[in-house]
Design a protein. Structure first.
Length: 256
């Protein structure tokens, strides 16, 4: 839909885009097709779409997967989507909280306000999708793929890279949305993988990383004291200086 068509549709629906819900509707069909191409949805897969909005991505996804589950919080948009795309499975509710089925892939134009909790839900969950293809704030996308000793590198980076290979596939202009966000977006592709160093069962990886980055400019000695950190060299480093493999090794060393 064009910007004018979206304006008209929203007026007909008596719907004003909500800042609280992060409603920046995708209006560029070419971007929707890039997202779907990167997702490479197959006919035997279950796909979850978060925040379908006016259905720009949903329409492109419909008919490709064995099962398409779209999760939308806004009741007004749910009513519209049920009429426009009656064949999809629509879940009305907050994607951070509602029960969701196991899936092969997640595809989403994520509202900026919930991008971190949604990422945490999937990359830290017990049932991890094979892939996630997400439209995110560009800054968040670069955080996911960040390297040690950079300001973008943090706990979310490590939690994501523990299970996924991260590719920033495409930068998206604010002009592709209505209303236009104040920042650029990016399409990021997360493909499931095993890390080079395998994490042992029971290793306190997430707890150690969170503790280490709780004050990222402080040395790790006091941050990780509760975990019995004995390595003097590591104790003098900061959280952002350790690679994923080093964090895994630290956590594995705590397993008896």
């Amino acid at each position: 839909m064009t910007r004018t068509e979206v304006r008209q549709l929203l007026a007909e629906l008596e719907l004003r885009p909500s800042k609280a819900l992060g409603q920046n509707f995708l209006i560029d069909v070419n971007i929707a097709r890039i997202v779907v191409r990167e997702a490479d949805v197959r006919e035997d897969e279950t796909v979850i779409e978060i925040g379908p909005g006016l259905g720009a991505l949903t329409e492109e996804l419909a008919g490709r997967a064995r099962r398409l589950v779209a999760v939308e919080k806004d009741a007004r948009l749910c009513r519209y989507l049920r009429e426009r795309l009656p064949g999809i499975e629509l879940v009305e509710g907050d994607a951070v909280e509602v029960a969701l089925p196991a899936c092969d892939k997640v595809v989403a134009n994520l509202p900026y306000s919930i991008s971190t909790p949604i990422l945490e839900r999937f990359v830290e969950g017990e049932q991890k999708p094979r892939a996630l293809v997400l439209m995110l704030q560009r800054e968040v996308a670069h955080r996911l793929g960040a390297q040690p000793r950079t300001k973008e590198y943090g706990a979310l980076t490590l939690f994501t890279q523990l299970s996924y290979h991260v590719t920033v596939a495409h930068v998206v202009s604010p002009h592709c949305f209505f209303p236009e966000p104040q920042v650029e977006s990016a399409i990021v592709v997360l493909n499931r993988r095993e890390p080079r160093v395998r994490l042992k069962a029971g290793a306190p990886f997430h707890a150690m990383v969170r503790a280490g980055f709780s004050q990222r400019r402080k040395m790790l000695g006091k941050r990780l004291a509760e975990f019995g950190l004995l390595d003097a060299e590591i104790a003098r480093k900061r959280a952002e200086e350790l690679s994923l493999d080093e964090w895994i090794a630290l956590a594995n060393a705590r397993v008896r």
